[in-house]
Design a protein around this ligand. Structure first.
Ligand SMILES: *Cc1c(COP(=O)(O)O)cnc(C)c1O
Length: 244
């Protein structure tokens, strides 16, 4: 059963309270942390309820699936779409045309393609660079498990920062699904260290955002400096797992 507006509203409030509580506990300002509500694999009806509960920032993993939602709710004031899944090159056009944020920029090649499309459309896209801090072979993102090799990533990131239509705002990661809470926190810390490293080496960048933490581990992410948490099930309820 899809959740009702009331259920979604109360979940959203509960998550906001936990964010506030965690932020204050570790000396951070709650207002510097925003929630992207992950609506992937959720039907239109659930997104509509979420909108009626006051939610405006949504995260999607599959551009084609997102299109239906983006079109259906295009007149909603202040609505914002975040692409958070790996982007295949042939879907880049949808992201360049319809999304406001791209959390999962994971290669120079896809950056080049997005830049070309955005230039044609005279559009700008806020992007986050995705890092694979857990070192899993199957994961997307620049490999960042071993700090000894971080320097080697600089030339590529430096090239991306020259693209005028991509506004690099920060970093994103997704720890291995098998990680314990404590391990996840270690990966979040590593992403923050990676941010500090890149900020120092490429001072023209303004890496203010850290997109990390899901329903399972957002308090740990906040303790390590998350400014954007990506939360699906804890707010919208269970989804169709066959698509994950
Ligand atoms: C699905 C997903 C989330 C949200 O996960 P929940 O467990 O529903 O909170 C966050 N980030 C990414 C990249 C995802 O694919």
């Amino acid at each position: 059963m899809p959740l009702s507006v009331e259920e979604i509203r109360s979940n959203y409030l509960r998550v906001q309270e936990e964010i506030q509580h965690t932020a204050l506990k570790c000396g951070r300002k709650p207002e510097e942390i925003r929630i992207v509500v992950v609506s992937k694999s959720q039907p239109l009806k659930v997104v509509e309820s979420a909108i009626n509960a006051g939610i405006r920032s949504f995260g999607e993993n599959y551009p084609e699936e997102a299109m239906e939602k983006i079109h259906a709710f295009r007149d909603v004031e202040g609505i914002e779409w975040h692409m958070i899944g790996h982007l295949q090159s042939r879907k880049a056009k949808l992201v360049s045309a319809y999304f406001d944020w791209m959390h999962s920029l994971d290669s120079l090649r896809i950056a080049e393609k997005l830049e070309r499309l955005l230039a044609e459309q005279n559009r700008f896209l806020k992007v986050l660079l995705e890092f694979n801090v857990g070192g899993e072979v199957s994961k997307y993102g620049w490999l960042a498990s071993d700090p000894d090799y971080w320097s080697e990533l600089i030339p590529e990131i430096d090239q991306i920062q020259q693209f005028p239509h991509l506004q690099i705002c920060g970093l994103m990661t997704m720890p291995p699904l098998t990680a314990t809470l404590q391990e996840a926190q270690g990966y979040f810390r590593k992403l923050r260290q990676m941010r500090d490293f890149l900020q120092e080496r490429l001072p023209k960048l303004k890496l203010t955002e850290l997109s990390m933490g899901t329903s399972a581990d957002f308090p740990a992410a906040i303790m390590e400096g998350a400014t954007i948490v990506r939360i699906g099930q804890a707010i919208l309820g269970p989804r169709d797992y066959s698509k994950d």
